[in-house]
Write a protein that binds this ligand. Sequence first.
Ligand code: CMX
Length: 439
Amino acid sequence: MILHEKMSAQLPAWRERIKSLAKEHGDVVIDQVTVGQVIGGMRDIKSLLTDVSFVDPAHGILFRGMPIPDMLKALPKAKGGKMPLVGGLFYLLLIGEVPTKEQALEVEAEWAKRAAVPEYVFKMLKSMPKETHPMTLLSQAVLALQNGSVFAKRYHEGMKKDQYWEAALEDSLDLTAKLPIIAAYIYRMKYFGETSKPKYNPKQDYGLNFSRMMKVSDKKGYSELARLYFILHSDHESGNVSAHAMHLVGSALSDPYLSFSASLNGLAGPLHGLANQECLGWLIEVKEKFGGVPTRDELYKFSWDTLNGGQVIPGYGHAVLRVPDPRFTAQMDFAKKRFPDDELVRLADMVFDVVPAVFKEQGKAKNPAPNVDAISGTLQYYYGLRDFDFYTVLFGVGRALGVTANYIWMRGLGMPIERPKSLTTKMVEDAVAKAAQPA
Ligand code: CMX
C-alpha cells in the first residue's frame, strides 16, 4: 500500500534526526514557562512536536508548510469537482508531499475497502436514548470499534516498538474509512428516525459518498462542501484540545480508537468544536430579532449587548491566531462564489465587518478576528442541515484525518508517554517571591 511504502522510506532517517536531537541537544532551551502560562492554560508554551501542520499566528494553518489556498490548488481534484479529493489531503498530511491523482485515488480505494461497519455498532447506536447528543453517539461508536483494533491486538501479542506505526496506520485507515458511514447513520437515525444502514460506494470518493449517505441533495454541490469541510477541519497543529487529547491518550499507547474517542470528547466542548453550532445560533438570533439582516448600527449594538451580558460572541477570538482564520476565508469564498445572496451568508459577512471593531473597543480578546466556526455552520445550514448539534460531528470526521496522521507519526518516532510536572499554589507563590528578591 502506497502510504505504508512511503512512510517506511521516510522513517529511518527521521528517527535518527529525533534521536540525535534528544541525545546530543537535549539541554538546548527552546522556551521558558511563566507563572501566567502555568495559570493560563499553558498558552503558547512550545512543547509539542509535529510536522503535520503548524499554526502561524500571523498567517494561520500551514498543512505540511502549505497555506490553505496553495494546498487547495495543488491537491488533485475529485471527479467533476473543483475541491480536492480528501484522500489526497490524508496523503499530504501523512507523507508530506502533494500526491498525484493516482496516489490520492489509492487512498480513496483503501477507504472503500475498509468502510464496512460491524452490525453491533449500529445496534448499539440504535439502542441509545433518543435525546443523546450526536457527539456522544459518535464517540461511543468509535469506542465500540476499538474491539477490532489491530494495534491493541498486536500489542498484546508482543509487537516490536518499531512496528507500532504499522498497526497504527492500519487502525487509522479503518477508522477514517468508517467515520462517514457512522456519521451519516447518526444523522439519519437521530433526526429522521431512519435505521437503514448507509452503504459506501467504491466508485465514489469520500466527499460524494458522504453527501449521498447523508441524503443531502448534491444538486447544489454538497459533496464539494463536504470535501472542503473535512479538509479544512483536519488539523490545527498539536496544542488544541482535540489534537492534544489524541496525542496525550495515545502517548500511553492507547490504540487509535481509544485515543480518538478522547479527542472527540474534547471536540464536543463549547469552547472548541461546539462553537460552530453556537455561532450559527447567534447569527439566527440576530436575524430573528431584526427580521432579516440588520443595519450595521443595529448589529454593532447587538454585539455590545452580547458582550455586556457576559456572553461570548461565538466564532470570534483564538488562542493562537492573530488574524482572520484562513479556514474562515476559504469557506466564505466558497459561499460567496456559490450562494452570495443567502441571508445568513450576508449576515456572517456583515458580522466580519462590524464585530472585530467591537472587540477592539472592548480591548479584551487578543484576537478580534473570526475563527473557522464563524461561518462553517452557515454553510451547512444553506444545504439543509438544520440540526445544529450535528455540526460538531462533521468537525469530528474531518479532525480524524489530522489526528490519526499525527498518531501514526508519534508511534513511528517512538514518542514517550506524556507527563508534564505540576506545582502547588504555594510553590508558584514561592517562585514569585524568589524572583522579586534582589539578585
Ligand atoms: N467573545 C467574548 N469574549 C471573548 C471572546 C469572544 N469571542 N474571545 C475572547 N474573549 C475574552 C475571553 O473570554 C477573555 O476574557 P476574560 O479575561 O474575562 O477571561 C479575554 O477575552 C481574553 O481571551 P483571549 O486570551 O483572547 O482568548 P483565549 O485564548 O482565552 O480563548 C477562545 C480563545 C477561542 C476560547 C475565545 O476566543 C472564545 O471563547 N471564543 C468564542 C468561542 C469560539 O469561537 N471557539 C472556537 C475556537 C476555534 C477552535 O476551537 O478551533
